[in-house]
Design a protein around this ligand. Structure first.
Ligand SMILES: Cc1cc2nc3c(=O)[nH]c(=O)nc-3n(C[C@H](O)[C@H](O)[C@H](O)COP(=O)(O)O)c2cc1C
Length: 166
């Protein structure tokens, strides 16, 4: 799969097999996240890898649309000091990882953890850190069901404005 195809064909998938992710593949995915640039080159966040079923189940309770995440082979959480977390940095890292994972045949999905105290307790973060986003990873089931949220993307004409709003 070439880079452009990997980017445009990536869909968010929530249905995984039990197959674990081999370390070589995981290292490439982590490297893809690591190499995303960060604002002021601060690199102040950390990736929390969660493959323990008990911890995954606790994290599932930290999000409002996260009940399913315990079925993934791996959850990667994006943790940072609460006073300096930059979601643009996290988004770049997460998308790099998800596209790299997709190119390896893995399925992924971003998930919001709306309850910071539950997320913090689940993975034992310091009191002044938070982890508002995670991504799930796993090998996709053979027949992936459509997402309940599936719809066409907004058209390029609608999405893109040139020079000014109108
Ligand atoms: C910032 C962000 C937060 C998201 N949070 C959740 C979530 O909490 N639970 C979930 O199941 N999907 C979540 N998603 C996945 C979206 O539902 C998904 O990106 C959207 O439906 C498009 O899916 P598609 O690329 O497969 O078409 C999130 C996506 C983003 C970008």
């Amino acid at each position: 799969m070439d880079t452009y195809q990997a980017i445009i064909s990536k869909r968010d998938i929530r249905h995984y097999t039990d197959k674990p992710i081999d370390d070589e593949v995981l290292q490439r995915v982590l490297q893809a996240g690591r190499m995303a640039g960060t604002a002021k080159n601060e690199e102040n966040n950390r990736f929390i890898l969660v493959d323990d079923q008990g911890v995954q189940d606790s994290l599932a309770l930290a999000g409002d649309f996260a009940a399913w995440i315990g079925s993934s082979a791996l959850i990667i959480g994006f943790a940072a000091p609460a006073s300096s977390i930059r979601l643009f940095d996290v988004g770049r890292q997460a998308q790099n990882m998800m596209v790299a994972a997709h190119a390896e045949g893995l399925a992924t999905c971003p998930v919001t953890l709306q309850h910071p105290d539950k997320a913090r307790a689940a993975v034992g973060l310091p009191d002044d850190w938070e982890m508002p986003m995670v991504i799930t990873l796993g090998w996709p089931v053979e027949e992936v069901p459509d997402s309940p949220l599936k719809r066409e993307r907004v058209s390029i004409d609608e999405l893109v404005r040139r020079n000014t709003w109108s």
